[in-house]
Write a protein that binds this ligand. Sequence first.
Ligand code: VOV
Length: 252
Amino acid sequence: MAQAVETYEGWYAFHDFRSIDWNQWRSLSAGEREEAVRELNEILKQYESVEENKQGSFALFAISGSKADLLFVHFRPTLEELTDVKNQFNKTRFAGVTTTPYSYISIVELGAYTIPPHVDPETDPSVQRRLKPMMPKSGYVCFYPMNKKRDGEDNWYMLSMEDRREMMKSHGMIGRSYAGKVRQIITGSVGLDDWEWGVTLFGEDPLQFKKLVYEMRFDEASARFGEFGPFYVGNYLTQEDLNALLLEGLNG
Ligand code: VOV
């Protein structure tokens, strides 16, 4: 049996994609819409204070294309907290005019491939920062789920630890050449959701997502073993941006 990689886990992650039913939203009175936005702002303030208290992280994005309109990303210490976040949000008036085209549950994961043996992940501050990451509050996001193939000779899980480590080293080198341009948060989802990992990328220029993902396609870990789900891309939304999106430009 091949050796399993030791992994370190941090915060649980909930990627909550929403589409707005604009007809339903428009059919509310102006007063009802304002009340719904007020309630929404209150809940967003709560998410902000969770982050201020370092009990999680939250970021909101507008999704491009027609797969979804909004992406709420929550990181929290426990799965129960994420379930509470969902239920509390679904009780709001705004949630009532949304549908959920996609969602993803996973947990921030670091493989032991790159953590030197003398480092204690439980106490090392830089490892802890990576396990409990704060999301950027500007720029763009790209999210997609992925697997590592289990297909005949191309079975990632049957490779030796050495081979996997070598491939992840090469993967990491490509990734690091994007330092300052793209930041990644890898979340593991084996046993939690339909794919094996969630990949969440952040950056100030969405073109760099394309450059990075394309370059990785030529690297063995992705070229031979990567299988990918749907891609979502979008830009960061402040509370003011969200209010403008929901209240402006509605005729009647
Ligand atoms: C921004 C760039 C970037 C950087 C610096 C980076 C570095 C690293 C390192 C050093 C390591 C290994 C240790 C660990 O931390 O686990 C990883 C691990 C991982 N990665 Fe990565 N990755 C990046 C970016 C990056 C991208 C764009 C993708 C998607 C692949 C693609 O083709 O679309 C990805 C995937 C993963 C996955 C699924 C894992 C876990 C694999 C496993 O078998 O455990 N990743 N990654």
